[in-house]
Ligand binder design. Sequence first.
Ligand SMILES: [Zn+2]
Length: 395
Amino acid sequence: MQRKIYLADWILPVSSSPIPFGGIAVENGRILQVADKTTLLKKFPHFPIQNFSNAVLAPSWVNAHCHLELSAFAGMISGFDDFPDWIRQLLALRSRINPQDLLKPARRAAKELAASGCVLTGDITNGDFLAADLFSDLLERVVFYEILGFDASRAGSILMEAQARRDVENPAAQIIPHAPYSTSATLIQKLANTSSPFSMHLAESIEESELLLKGSGSFKEFLKERGVWDAQWRPPGKSPVAFVRDLNCLGNDKLLVHGVQVNQQDMTLLKKSGISVCVCARSNEQTGVGEMPVMEYLANGIPLCVGTDSLAGNIDLDMNNEIYYIYNKNSQIEPAELIRMTTLNGAEALGQSTNYGALKAGLKSRFNVFSANRKIKEEPERFIVSKSWSSLQCF
Ligand SMILES: [Zn+2]
């Protein structure tokens, strides 16, 4: 039986207030209790103790959105005209690679992600990484099997084909739509009605908004060029958020990824629905889609989580770098809020909050210890997000 008490200067349970000079008692991979040192030593007198000095102990990170499958294309997309052109380049790279060559770089990327303190990721696959055990020695994945198809008349057959493959390769995977510019409204709605948790790229680029509002722009050209444009298709004449609201995509078991192109009406719809939105801040910068209004989302009370997105559109999969970037870009953000976004909010959006995302009795004993060579004088949350620590140990 594996029993232990871990002590540190600060414990950040996230689901409750920070505890100075506290600890967690664990047994067989689960947390028994989170409390101050005296309480734990009294209650579990025979447990071995590991003490971390000048350290903050916090739940492991949750990466709400990534594509390990695209790791082979790290640093390969450049000189693109706009976001549709970025996708054009990605698809060209993908069409030239042997699917067997995707795994090695993805394993390397997953190792980097795990070493940065991440225990759980929402991972998008287009089918090649459906198998549940590909990365299970490194981290846990909520596998999202992403499908697309702009031709509404094919929605039923596309879905049936995907379900058949999913049922064979990984029955736990959730089938989800890619984005409004690649997937018909019929298919999006079918998936919104059947998948939970649910995740979808939305309101990412200005070109996506133009297609939905006016039916024009470079996504139209792109779809024509790929031979999938539907001459009968009429634009819904709505913002991306309003469009998917009408397709039942807003709900508290759902996750929208990017959310850069939003107005106040969209914010109101999102808030009412209880949906989570994933910040992919460095990806948004790399692909040139603009900055997500993080502080406006928070002011509107919309739950945010954090995702690295793929190595095709990010410089690394290090969660601490992702957090640090968001912290620097949003000088008003509360460090405690940013930590909640990268732990509990992500676990909730992925339907995994009974296992991860907080330090609480019953949850898995997965946590990070951030240490310094000095006394910690600042607030413990700021110590973490500002990267004032000098070492990280992952448990
Ligand atoms: Zn993505």
